[in-house]
Design a binder for this molecule. Structure first.
Ligand code: PEP
Length: 249
């Protein structure tokens, strides 16, 4: 089955509103002909500006995190209805930087993924192993454990609306990209786990993330189970990001 490629730009804590607007204005003409889903994940402060600029284009906008409750005493947090009100369509959940630096747990993700789906936000769920786990031959076990917990509350039909990003921690922001074979193996493993949950595994988009650049994107994206990329560093430059979108075909 052919799946529409999905290329997402994770800006992390980068870009002011003015810089975000400039990026979008440069990017849009460069990707006008793409058939892929192109997603931009700005910091919260730039979401509205990016949403405003992409109206009438194929670009979707995603937040980088959200809280599972709709409202309440959670200082500093943002909820799904707040994102939906801005016309944000998707949300990154479980990025390894949130797991590593901000105490994001699989148990919290088990609440966040259904909350996003209930609000009609497309979750981009990130999973991935540490270097120690890979060296210890535990990659598949780690992926299975994360997916089983994070997706525990999602029924098989809703599961086909989740985008899953395989992001090996050792490849994120390090310049050390997984080989196309490693990316393929891990994405195939993720598809198998999803299939065992009874979901339409052939429909689910599974992305690779970790030091994707214009020079290595095409080879990684040509793998049969790699349906797109979640791009950090190289997504800060609109020309580089456009080149990665082009590599997806
Ligand atoms: C990311 O932040 O999700 C990521 C993959 O970053 P980078 O492309 O810089 O490795």
């Amino acid at each position: 089955m052919s799946r529409t490629p999905y290329i997402a730009a994770n800006w992390k804590m980068n870009k002011t509103v003015a810089e975000a607007a400039q990026f979008i204005d440069t990017l849009l003409p460069r990707i006008a002909a793409t058939q892929s889903d192109v997603v931009v994940c700005p910091p919260f402060t730039a979401l509205a500006a990016v949403v405003e600029r992409r109206y009438g284009t194929a670009v979707k906008v995603a937040a980088q995190n959200m809280h599972e409750e709709e409202s309440g005493a959670f200082t500093g947090e943002i909820s799904a209805p707040m994102l939906v009100e801005l016309d944000v369509e998707a949300v990154v959940l479980g990025h390894s930087e949130r797991r590593q630096f901000f105490g994001e747990t699989d148990e919290a993700l088990a609440r966040k993924v259904p909350a996003a789906l209930a609000a009609d936000l497309e979750p981009i769920l990130c999973v991935g192993e540490s270097e120690e786990a890979r060296d210890g031959g535990e990659t598949e076990a780690v992926l299975e454990r994360q997916l089983q917990t994070d997706l525990a509350g999602v029924d098989p039909v809703a599961l086909s609306r989740v985008v899953i990003a395989y992001e090996p921690i050792w490849a994120i922001g390090t310049g050390r990209v997984a080989t196309p074979e490693q990316a393929q193996e891990a994405c195939a493993c993720i598809r198998d786990v999803v299939r065992l949950r009874g979901a339409a595994a052939d429909q689910i988009r599974i992305l690779y993330g970790g030091s994707v650049k214009p020079g290595n994107a095409a080879e990684i994206l040509s793998q049969p189970d790699v349906d797109g990329a979640l791009v950090g560093g190289a997504a800060l430059d609109p020309e580089d990001f456009a080149a990665i979108v082009e590599a997806a075909g």
